[in-house]
Structures are given as structure tokens and as C-alpha cells.
Ligand binder design. Sequence first.
Ligand code: EPU
Length: 306
Amino acid sequence: MQYKGLSITDAPSLAGLTTIRLGGTAIAKVTVEDPKGLEALPQALADLGGKPVMLGRGSNILARSGKLPLVLVALGRAFDDSMPQITGEEKGKTLVEASAATPLPLLLGKMVAGGLGGLTGLAGVPGQVGGAVAMNAGSFGHELKDCLHEVTLFSPVLGLVTLPAHELELAYRHFSIPALRGVADGSGWFLITRAVFACPQQKPEDLKAHVQSCFAKKRASQPIALPSAGCVFKNPQGDAAGRLLDVSGFKGRRFGGMAFSGIHANFLVNEGGGTPEEAFALIEDAVLAVQARFGVGLELEVKVWP
Ligand code: EPU
């Protein structure tokens, strides 16, 4: 089938589309090549079957093995044209608009060069703007929600809408849309296409220095050279999952090609040839051990597909 504004690839490999390089094949990958394609998207997804899941850079995804009942939805190049750009000012903050397909490092680079602060702690976070917004990514004291002004998204229920940040539910590694609460599973999906950030003006040299110090801390405390999906568990209230895993003996724990990093215990890394089964076995052991030792139920931060 052909759909206006969409291109479709059959049986894409999740191992090739995620930063941890794990996972079987989805039913298809649908790329929305231009805004017109959004109109055709619900029908295309209904025809393809399976569960629609939004794919950015795949940096927070842990996919299972085999033939997965998923259809990946991604934004094409046309969405990345002229952005990010400054669009105005509000309440003393500068508004910066970015396509959801923009790599987060590119947005941060433009902000730093333009003397716009508020998000420099996210330096080194590898995802796209859409994915970072959809999970309220955070690092070194900054979270996307600190600067999020509005989000444009497409949903089969709401259509193409722009929602101000106060109409969204944003918390630690959490983003949801109250207007979609209670919507039946099959049509509760949404695709973020654009975000606007309200940023305080700061000296570019101060911002550059902060970015450099974040990179240095990241290099010293996180396994940035190996394939991973970032932190695998959320931090429980008042503690760090990395510390709990470390004290429970999981730092450097290996199973096949997968391991909890020897640099930071909350990073599950693919040392080469790792499999989803090995990853999930390590995760299960870790959850049980931390529960037994500390009485804390660790919650996954990575999204498990399906
Ligand atoms: N710790 C250990 N052993 C370890 C790792 C950490 O004892 O193996 C201890 C540290 O010594 C420190 C505490 O745990 O006292 C916290 O560690 P760290 O400063 O490395 O930060 P984190 O809480 O583990 C969080 C985010 C990271 C983010 C960093 C920097 C979560 C789950 N993780 O890590 O985000 O980059 O802070 O701000 O919130 C991610 O979301 O994917 C991610 C990597």
C-alpha cells in the first residue's frame, strides 16, 4: 500500500535502530516524510496492525527478540528543515522552537551559542528533541520540563494540536497528556512533532563552561563508549539506583554479552553480541536483589518494547 507523505520499510531491525543495539524486527517502520503524511498515518497504522511506537534515536529503548508486534513511527527529514530557531520572547525568556526530529545536542549547541541557558545539564544526552520531551529527560540538575513552553503533537484523537506546558503532566522522567487519559489503548498514541522552549539569557562563555564540566563528569562517571540505553532504572525517591545496585554487587556483573557497567552500576551495557534475554535476566536478578536487600522496588526507566 502507498500513503501520501509516508514511506514504509518492512521488518526493520531494532538492534540497528537502538543505541543499546538489541532487539528483533518490528512489523514495519513508517516515516512521516512531511506534515501531510500525518493525515494518512492513522489509516496506515490500522492497515499495518500491531502497536504503534514512536522512534527517535532509540536511546532509551530495550526491545525484545524475535518478530515483534510493533510498528515504528519516525519523523522524516522535512521536519528538520529550518530549526531550531528563535521565535520571540515571553516574560523575559527567549522562545526557541525545535523540530522533534532535531538531535538534542544540536539544539543545545544553538542555545549555548545564542546565550540561552536552562538545559545545558543535558549536554551529552544523545536523543532527539521529541524523545527527550516524551520522557522529560534530565541530567545534572536540568530537566526538559524546566524550559518546556509548548509542544505540538499529532494524535488520532486530538488531531494536530499545540499544547502549552501547563496542559501536560511533567515529572521526573515522566510526560503524559491529561487530555488523552481514558482513551482506549489503540488510539492513545501520539507523535510529538515540535517543541518550544523558554530559555533564560546567560553568557555564552558561562554556558560553554557548564557544558564542558557536564561532559567531564559524564566521561568520568558513565560508560559513554559502549552501547547502552542510559540509566536502566529510575532513581527511587531519595536514593540512587546506581548506588543500590553497586552495594548489591551488580557493578560489573556480566551475563553473556551484557553487563551492568563497571563504571556506573545503573548502566546496562552491550559489550558485544549481547542479547535481550541476557539483558532481561540481569535486570530480573538486580530487581530481586535490591528488593531483598533494601526493600526497594526498582522501576525501569528504559522503555521495554513490546
Ligand atoms: N553511585 C554508586 N555506584 C554506582 C553509581 C552511582 O555508588 O555505580 C552513587 C554515586 O556515587 C552517587 C549516586 O550514586 O552518590 C548518584 O550517582 P550519579 O551522580 O552518577 O547520578 P545518578 O543518580 O546515578 C542521574 C541520572 C542520569 C544523569 C545523572 C547526572 C537517573 C536514573 N539517572 O544518575 O541520567 O545523567 O544523574 O545528572 O535519574 C538517564 O536518565 O539515562 C541517566 C543516565
